[in-house]
Design a protein around this ligand. Structure first.
Ligand code: NAP
Length: 446
């Protein structure tokens, strides 16, 4: 990849990039099929991504007509890479094998190594014969919604497509690598005022939060809504807080340390609950929840903002769902996209139906939603929440930090980019948006 990197760094024209050979192999982070049982018998918390994530050369797959090769300058860690690397809830090779049975092009994915990563920013190197809107040299970010556009079920909301997948999690050839293979309809223009790693960290969680809160496909927040946000300085929460503030709502952020409380206040979230200091114990034992503790959280929210949340932004799952359903306002909405602490959920249904609350599911974002979320970043209305950056060789370390919840916001990963801070194409606009706002999480430096 060195000649490609040299050409990108020298500002080579698209035609020149198109003439450079695509290497037969490239450096990538992957898990191995023959290691899928390596953590059997261990507690989740003892499963270590540093042991299962390898960085080495892998063969370059052939390009399908609707795809592009992208030279990945930077990528980011998402929780799905944690799931893949600890082989929970299932090894991801089952996803690849299923995709492998769908078509001749799908068969490329069913390999004994899984190249992970569902975010990326970089430069288009080649496009397949059916690609119209992108060309070599385009500077792009990549969203992770992988859909077959010949499937009729993909043509209302593509997240409802029967074979919808998350790139780099349910497909191979993901973004934590020097080269990625993506469908052309995953590409979006790179925000010109951001560095490669700042541009790379947004697409997955920013688009997810956009759909959960802003889109008519999920909670469709209104001006003046109070929104309770779990993990408000995390990958999803850091964008959710910004959407609520931008949309004229009141975020109530929940976090687990004093430094995270301070960070949220700097972000503009005035109502913050430190769940560790509050010591909520929603489960009195493995089978029993404590309504008094739900009520205590509800009182704490009312004490801060004077009323119950119109929307609860849910993703911790088993530990918090009972409380989330309880504290949502009469007629309010709980919107959920995940279950980090366990997916077998319990809540008291009486509180849901008697108070006419709604429980809405959400999952990533369709192309339009991802595009809008990316546009808001490009316009400087949503800031990246990059807090730390690692080289690709330390991908296991970076995933381990997210697994252990010792991070804030997003952790970026440098792939081809040799150092931080490169790739800014519009420094004047960057100055207008404000360095302080763009680098808030990076300066807080978890
Ligand atoms: P993240 O960066 O780790 O942030 C999640 C935050 O949630 C943590 O920082 C933590 O914040 C809080 N949290 C964790 N466990 C908790 C618990 N038991 N009770 C209360 N709060 C808890 O992860 P993320 O990127 O935001 O992703 C969160 C979840 O959503 C993951 O499971 C991920 O796989 C999933 N996800 C789903 C989609 C989708 O499309 N469906 C997209 C993105 C992510 P504090 O410790 O500060 O409270």
């Amino acid at each position: 990849m060195q000649p490609i990197l040299d050409a990108i760094q020298a500002g080579a024209a698209g035609d020149d990039l198109a003439n450079l050979a695509i290497p037969e192999s490239y450096r990538a982070a992957f898990v191995r099929r023959d290691e899928a049982a390596m953590f059997e018998g261990l507690e989740s918390s003892d499963k270590d991504p540093r042991k299962s994530l390898h960085v080495d050369e892998v063969p370059t797959p052939e390009l399908a007509p609707d795809e592009a090769y992208v030279a990945v300058m930077a990528s980011a860690i998402n929780f799905n890479t944690v799931w893949t690397s600890i082989f929970e809830p299932l090894p991801t090779f089952g996803f690849l094998d299923r995709l492998g049975k769908e078509s001749a092009w799908g068969a490329r994915h069913a390999l004994d190594h899984h190249v992970v990563g569902s975010d990326g920013a970089g430069v288009v190197l080649r496009v397949g014969s059916a690609v119209r809107n992108w060309k070599p040299g385009d500077r792009v970010t990549i969203h992770c919604n992988h859909v077959d556009d010949q499937d009729p079920t993909a043509h209302d909301d593509s997240m409802l497509a029967t074979n919808q997948r998350i790139w780099g999690f349910e497909t191979n050839f993901g973004g934590l690598a020097d080269l990625a293979v993506v469908k052309a309809n995953q590409l979006m223009p790179k925000p010109r005022h951001l560095s490669w790693e700042e541009a790379a960290c947004n697409a997955l969680t920013n688009s997810t939060s956009y759909r959960m809160l802003v889109s008519h496909n999920a909670a469709a927040m209104k001006q003046g809504d109070v929104v309770l946000i779990w993990g408000a300085s995390g990958g999803l929460g850091g964008y959710a807080v910004q959407y609520v503030l931008n949309g004229g709502g009141t975020p109530v952020g929940v976090v687990s340390s004093e430094s995270k409380v301070e960070l949220l206040k700097e972000l503009g979230c005035e109502a913050v609950i430190d769940r560790k200091a509050a010591g909520y114990k929603f489960w009195s034992d493995d089978h029993t929840q404590d309504e008094k503790e739900w009520r205590r959280l509800g009182k704490d929210v009312r004490a801060l903002v004077g009323r119950d949340p119109d929307i609860v932004f849910e993703h911790p799952g088993r530990q918090t769902m009972g409380a989330s359903v309880f504290v949502a306002a009469r007629g309010g909405t709980v919107v959920t996209c995940a279950a980090t602490s366990g997916y077998m959920i319990e809540y008291d249904n009486r509180h849901l139906w008697m108070k006419l609350k709604r429980l809405i599911s959400s999952h990533f974002a369709n192309y339009r939603e991802a595009w809008e979320a990316n546009r808001l970043v490009s316009e400087g209305r949503i800031q990246p929440i990059l807090s730390a950056v690692h080289p690709l060789t330390e991908v296991g370390e970076a995933a381990s930090a997210v697994h252990r919840n010792v991070h804030e916001g997003k952790i970026g990963v440098l792939c081809l980019a040799p150092e931080e801070g490169q790739g800014i194409d519009d420094p004047a606009f960057r100055e207008q948006v404000g360095e302080d706002r763009i680098t808030l999480f990076r300066r807080s430096g978890a």
